[in-house]
Design a protein around this ligand. Sequence first.
Ligand code: PEP
Length: 254
Amino acid sequence: MQNTNTYIVSNWKMNGTAVLMHEMVKAFIENPATKNDKAQSTNTTPRWVFCPPALLITETKQNYPEIILGGQDCHQKRTGAFTGNISASLLKESGATYVIVGHSERRHYHNESNALIAEKACMAIKCGLIPIICIGESEETYNNGLTLDFLKKQLDESLCGLNKEQHFIVAYEPIWAIGTGKTATRTDIEKVHSFLRNQLPDTPLLYGGSVTASNAYDILTTPNVNGVLVGGASLKIDEFKTILEAARMCDTAT
Ligand code: PEP
């Protein structure tokens, strides 16, 4: 994980339009904050990974080939009779490099289990994508002081079948912080990320949950945080610009 930029993953969820995609990308394409400063390195990461709705991936890649893209989910099978689903292989062919799996909205609204998420992550890797595997506890679990116990099980089961040398990312996203305006405290994030780092010494670790222009720098400078996953704030050009600048400040400081 040496010589890596700080990751800023923007998850548009089922929001945005082609018009907004063009505005957003044009606003950032020449911005040094989106560029990879460490391009000479053999182990580089992009700073900005853009995860629009899947229907916008091809158009984004065709118009702006330098933008690094990700899907928001993929199916666990390579191909087949799964109407409405999106395959990892086609995401790859469309221009994606990454794919989010196990987002709490998928776990909640589509009843996705840890075992299913592990299958999706394995398929993503087989198809040449880098999975961003999301984990996170409920407010009740947090209030009961059971966060680390819960995350240990969720992590073990969601990574089942992967080995630690494979290229994947883990995003810690407390459910109670997603889209709520409540952010985990720096102390909470530090505690969870130190626990994750012990389990996964070389894996990039992201935090997600109500990241905004005003808290991004503080979160990004928390030990063992290698980036953030941003939902709502990634749809607002000015706010997102400040988040990207915060990442750039972190990178130039190291
Ligand atoms: C997310 O979608 O993963 C997320 C963290 O959303 P928000 O930033 O809106 O809380």
